[in-house]
Design a protein around this ligand. Sequence first.
Ligand code: XUL
Ligand code: CO
Length: 439
Amino acid sequence: MAAREQFFAGIPKIQYVPGAGPTDVMCFKHYNAEEILMGRTMEDWLRFSVCYWHSFCGTGADPFGFPTLHRRWNEGAPMESAKKRLYAAFEFFTKLGVKYYTFHDRDMSPEGATLEETNRNLDEMTDLALQLQNETGVKVLWVTCNLFAHPRYMNGAATNPDCHVLAYAGAQLKKGLDIAKKLGAENFVFWGGREGFLSILNTDVAAELKHMATFFRMAVKYKEKIGLKCQFLIEPKPKEPCKHQYDYDAMSVIGFLKHYGLENHFKLNIEPNHTTLAGHSYEHDVVVASALGMLGSVDSNTGSPDLGWDTDQFPMDVRNTTLVMKVIIEQGGLQPGGLNFDAKVRRESTELEDLFIAHIGAMDAFARGLRNAVRMIEEGVISGMVKERYSSFSHGLGQKVEDGSATLEDMEAFIKQNGEPRVTSGKQEKYESIFNHYI
Ligand code: XUL
Ligand code: CO
């Protein structure tokens, strides 16, 4: 194949042009990578990552229609197009100025007839990926194994009723961890693709959950054995493709990890489109995971809350990005995680430049969210009001509740002495008005 075919020939490196006009969509108006906010560069706070599967493997096909996105890099025999895809991807990363990418093993490299052949393909492709990483300085935010697309996984991978399939998933995972080490991945993601059930009648839930925990334990053991330093992440999703997914939402994953004693080995990769599918508001799982010290990374996207499925749209809503960045700053950043655009252009957005416009728009939405959250935190109005709202826990009985030493007898004695509590306003609309001041 031609070594360095250009796939985005007419598109130069994207620049920061503050004050650019409304139709100037091929430049950053807000994302200024080097600018320092609260002691860190924007690039460092945001840690953007481009995802391989949507942006380079996606064809625009949906259950009702044929492909609409005809990418030159997807033409040719499987290994030939895999290489073209990789070159196209690295050209895109560098022109966009994003330092990280994420991929599934099978996005980068096609399956062969046997596991051995598949692994040889992966060796060849990851050799090339390593070369391109070294040339460009672009790094792997996370890698993951696709344990859901191949028909062998139709009844699940780690939770399959047949141990033969579980074994295949384990063998695939072993190689996935090896390539994570080879490419210096900073994280490794487990999304429970088909780990769940469609009918409770044919499902042994207790057995499946136990097998899933065993699968994770094997992963931890192998990670330690090979000296892989990356952070393990589980990505919750409530439904799709299964009717019920075991990793329903942040709280259920944390409950699972604690139940099986795995909580010190994993954090969460929260995808807001999954959060809204679980019936929560956009920011809910980011907030919950962070509050419990478990927020590791974010699959930055959005859905359409009026639709019941995973539309994986680019996150363009500044209100949402502000809420997410507020949480990220308050927990001291996301590193070694980041903001991965698990998002795809609409199947109607057929031009190559749409891929750039989508990422630039979302990066700018996050840059604005970051600036808003920084102002909000530095001025401290909302945090001051929240602190005041909970101030009764800073002394006396409240302090005892806080440190866990209070008893029901203390409660009774307190009420006998102090009587009815004074009802205080929650002031929601005041908070909302102040929040809007920063948007
Ligand atoms: C599926 C999804 C996945 C994971 C990685 O909804 O989000 O792409 O992020 O397997
Ligand atoms: Co995702």
